[in-house]
Write a protein of this length. Sequence first.
Lengths: 531, 263
Amino acid sequence: MVAQLVSLKLTLLRNSLKRSPWQLVGLIIGGLYGLGVLAMTLVGLAALGAGEPELIGTVLTLAGAALVLGWLIIPVVAAGLDMTLDPARFTTYAIPMKSMLTGLLLGSFIGIPGAITLLASLGTAIAWWRHPLAALVALLCGVLGAVTCIVASRAITAASTSLASSRRFKDASGIVLLVPLMFMGPIISGVSSGVGDFKEYLPALAQTVSWTPLGAVWSVPAAVAAGSYGAAGLKLLIAVASIAALTWIWRACLSRALVTPAFAGGGRKAGGKLGFFNWFPATPTGAVAARCLTYWFRDPRYSAGLLIAPLLPLIFVFAGSQAASETGGTQSLGIALGLGGALAAYLVVWSISSDISYDNTAFALHIATGVSGTADRSGRALAAAVLALPLGILYAVIGAVLAHDLGQLLATVGLVLGVVGSGLGLASVFSARFTMAVPLPGESPMKTRPGNGLSSVFIQMSGFVGLGVLVLPELILAIVAMVTGQLLYAWLALAVGIILGAVFLVVGIRKGAAVFNQRAPELLLAVSVDR
Amino acid sequence: MSNSFEQAKDTGLPPALSIRGLTKHFGNKVAVDGIDLDVPAGSFYGLVGPNGAGKTTSLSMATGLLRPDAGQVWVHGVDVWSHPLESKRLMGLLPDGVRLFDRLSGEQLVSYAGLLRGMDKDTVTARVKDLLSALDLSKDAGTLVVDYSAGMTKKIALAAALIHAPKLLVLDEPFESVDPVSAANIRDILHDYVNTGGTVIVSSHVMDLVQRMCDHVAVIAGGRVLAAGTVDEVRGSQSLEEKFVDLVGGRKENTGLSWLRNS
């Protein structure tokens, strides 16, 4: 049975390659990348072997713990990294739990992340080339370590699907984990600037980690090399016990998942709350706007963007604050926030360029009801504007206050208005003309879909460049105003932003509506390919 | 088919749905191969056929969702593809295999369908309430559609198709995964609707259901109409299911799986 499960995984891999040559290209690129990482790791390990045993132990323990942590976190973020052998699909076949677990475990090593992890873990033996006994122990511990990684990721996937199979949890977890990822850059730069003090702290950290389930397995060879066999035995015990505990969790959650349906909804709710539908006029345009605004808050694919957009200027601030500490004063901080506001507004308005792809086949309702292109386009634009305008203007105001500069306020508000108007106009044409491969309704916002990846990137790029051209006049005026400090240019930036924004908005919605009326059935056909 | 034309002549009205030479290719595959069909006004019309016969493709083209390669469609005399707005006002549509805006609550979704059609708010509110209670969804009106069961999802989609009181209802597999009580309620609603002058087209592959429920039927296979007319005309002395199997073929004549016998 174990052999069948493993060969099933191989067959699935082979068949997926037959489906499209691009899958093969993807596998080859992924494989080359993996091999590169592996080769670098092995060379690094061999070089490390020249160092003192304590250093080797510290590095291996910390790196190993990070590896286990990665296997724990990534599957949750990516919502099922590799679910080729989804246990739920085996529900109807009476497979003994033991064979199932072994089969899934071994199957996980077929695939690039699993195989690389296994090889790199075995490779830790290379670092102990000057200590043969430790190297031998490292081989065994490498296997145990790789197994820990796989079992840990399987356990947490099973736990997160069975303990909280509610849709609300799934929606939230993907978004919440996005935030730390966004701040990864600033965090890393902060950490590395403080790495001087950090260096002395690392051995102590490794010492602590080596007694936890994360690091125990990786620190056994170091203990052997140091001659403290008692500690080595104890750590090995911790390692084996953690694998046993993780397996137990995995098994418990899996057997629960196999008898409960994959999906459990919330409670029943009586009606009476129309939400945003009460805010907008009862016209087709108002209804589209209300529906889109509801989606901005309820659909994680939109709300992820809505969460990122306000945080983006803050990342600018990081860069700005470093410059500020050199020049002194809050002026550069203010400028960074003011310009960041325009970027945040851009992010929100440009999201609607793939609106119809996000609708997927639910878009059929718009065709069946014969809603006009104008109502569809302007409703979607209205919802995005309701979010983007206050966001952009808020940052423009905060930035201007920090910079004590009236001219900057006028200029950045003009820029925000220009970006929102032109962006919505351009996006309205784009979303009527192009469909893109986006995560399907209900999927994680982090998921990237195979398929027309290259053309999607091309469309996005041309949209970005196109918008850059459209807002160029007010952008130049705003920069001139901020550099020279003359109010005349600031007023000009405001006026040009309002006028061009309004013009491009109207032209874009009209053009988009015309394309929409002509191509609505073709759009539906294009999105129904992905479902 | 002759019967349909006669009926059209009798009442002097154009048929509720009239299809001529409808054709669709996907790549090299012919999905729909020149279909002609007339659905008389006031009929309860069943569309039956095996899987992959072209039912859904034909209905999508007839309702303006999928552009045909060739052919024409009229709804109560209005050309669907040259006058889309007028024709869509006459039609209510329950497509199969299509998502809904499922992050809306049931109540929001049906209201949305009404508002998109430009109906005024008071009418929409009143009709949504009536529809939800008729389809036994009042208690779940505020639940998001994504949390509905498959049967409830069908029912809420039906409500969205009925909100503007269309003259023609096109329902693709309306009874799939709907429980028997709800199915009976839906049938009552549909019969009422036909008795007061509406026209219903349902596609299904449950022959018994079509024989009991519909007064007209068309058998589609391989993208062609094999037979069409009143149910009694089409089935003759046989049951509809027997006639269907005769027309479509594909029954296995051998003795089946000998090892599966338990005695």
